[in-house]
Design a protein around this ligand. Sequence first.
Ligand code: MF3
Ligand code: CO
Ligand code: CO
Length: 274
Amino acid sequence: MIAIKNNEDIAGMRIAGKLAAELLDYITPFVKVGVTTEELDQLCYHYMVDVQKTIPAPLNYAPRGGTPYPKSICTSINNQVCHGIPSEKKLKKGDILNIDVTVIKDGYHGDSSRMFLLGNDIQKDVSILARRLCDVTFESMWIGICQVKPGGHFGDIGAAIQKYVEKQGFSVVRDYCGHGIGKKFHEAPQVMHHGKFGSGAEFKPGMIFTIEPMINAGKYQTKQLADGWTAVTKDHSLSAQWEHTVLVTENGFEILTISDGVKPCPDWIKEKYL
Ligand code: MF3
Ligand code: CO
Ligand code: CO
């Protein structure tokens, strides 16, 4: 069963989504060569708890009785697909980093992630492959979002993402997906980033879920590290991810995870896919 949120829930989710996006805006200037992901985690923790008065949803999160997640944000570097755990390791020139944040405000969850490219001169310091992977992943998220309107199906999101990503020579991770979200961090449905047009449940106004494609430069298979969380590419290839929380409206969609610093949808995607 996919929940239809009422007006009160939607208002709460708009606030939580904006706070998640603002947390990503806040951390952006600190993402520099030489900083550790543990330092980024601490900065985010204090911004959430002391400034926003939000709760870091990942901290001690333990779905299905697994290992509790030990930090407040996820930081996934290079071949890490998702759920990377902040550590004492310093970021270095040429790294690509996903920061995934989820805040809880008044019981509602806002979930968003962005990619960061490390170096003073991105064109020179980050490989062409890594830059293209991050761009294609961002574009694929937006192509997925553009499928969302009443009458369409959840399968359209995955089908559109997969079609675009595979045409670019990259692969779509199958082992992790987007999800319904609200008072619960993860709820129905599972939002696949691959699949068939016209399959799955129909979009209805008031549904809220994430679209968060993980795209690999090599093959799609992943494995989990012994820490119980970090997912990496099986073939050691680079992986990227972007995430928004999205509301189905009467005419289409509304992005809930927006802020002043959010990166906008490319015009060519609106022209081609809306
Ligand atoms: N924010 C992730 C998502 O997009 C989930 C992270 S779970 C955690 O669904 F425990 F690792 F934080
Ligand atoms: Co997330
Ligand atoms: Co999510």
